[in-house]
Ligand binder design. Structure first.
Ligand SMILES: O=c1ccn([C@@H]2O[C@H](COP(=O)(O)O)[C@@H](O)[C@H]2O)c(=O)[nH]1
Length: 236
């Protein structure tokens, strides 16, 4: 997919999803997360896929390796484009995730979704990471260490904030995907996010994809805001 903006479809009703997607006259990259999946099951994934859109299925798996492997085997059959896990599950869990995807893909069309891992949530501050999660150090150093583990475990990239993307590409290579939520226009409220940045800064830092939810979905003109952001990411 040549689009760089992944729109987070964090809606509570099917009606909102369809009213939103009908504004677009071309395929976009959508993120379907826990809110929609836990309400409507995988049916909503199949429906959005059938409309021609690309899908990042953001379920952030984090469990023992065997459970994650079997779950990924099933997710591989949905024909989505990206799935993810939490890097905090460790290398055995991440390797099991990829094994499950490969096995599921073999029973499907042979093509597995990309698998990426969340390093530290963009809603996590240094203070919370140090004092609540008991992970010492700077967020950037911890995220880079996690990214190296994710790469060694055979995954395709990470979810990180814009602020870590450049250093991750330097440490893990330019082919290693950086998918960055926590995107806000300069005038937007940051809401529950902590490590935020604008689309222009994400472009400057070389992020492969940005994930944008409320800045687009709650905009007075979602289509115009999407195009403004995507044009920035495409350097237009
Ligand atoms: O570290 C992470 C991982 C995932 N997300 C998800 O991205 C969107 C962001 O929505 P906004 O409205 O743009 O804040 C949301 O679906 C999160 O679950 C993240 O924000 N940070």
């Amino acid at each position: 997919m040549d689009k760089k903006t992944i729109v987070a479809l964090d809606f509570s009703t099917r009606k909102e999803v369809y009213e939103f997607l009908l504004k677009f006259h071309e395929p976009i990259y959508c993120k379907i997360g826990m809110e929609l999946t836990y309400s409507f099951g995988f049916e909503i994934v199949r429906e959005v896929k059938a409309m021609g859109h690309h899908i990042f299925l953001d379920l952030k798996l984090h469990d023992i390796p065997n459970t994650v492997k079997q779950a990924m085997k099933n997710l591989a059959k949905l024909d989505v484009d990206i799935v993810n896990v939490h890097a905090a599950g460790g290398s055995a869990m991440m390797k099991a995730a990829v094994e499950g995807l490969n096995e599921g893909a073999k029973e499907n069309n042979g093509k597995r979704p990309l698998c990426i891992a969340v390093t530290q949530l963009t809603s996590t501050s240094k203070e919370a990471m140090n004092n609540e999660l008991k992970i010492p150090g700077e967020v950037q150093d911890v995220v880079i260490d996690y990214a190296k583990l994710v790469k060694e475990s055979g995954l395709d990239g990470v979810v990180c904030s814009v602020h870590e993307a450049k250093a991750i590409h330097e440490a893990c290579g330019s082919d290693f995907l950086t998918v960055t939520p926590g995107i806000r226009m300069a005038s937007d409220s940051v809401d529950d996010q902590k490590r935020v940045a604008t689309p222009a800064y994400a472009k400057e830092q070389g992020c492969d994809y940005i994930v944008v939810g409320r800045s687009i979905t709650k905009s007075s003109d979602p289509l115009a805001t999407y195009h403004e952001i995507e044009n920035t990411m495409e350097g237009k």
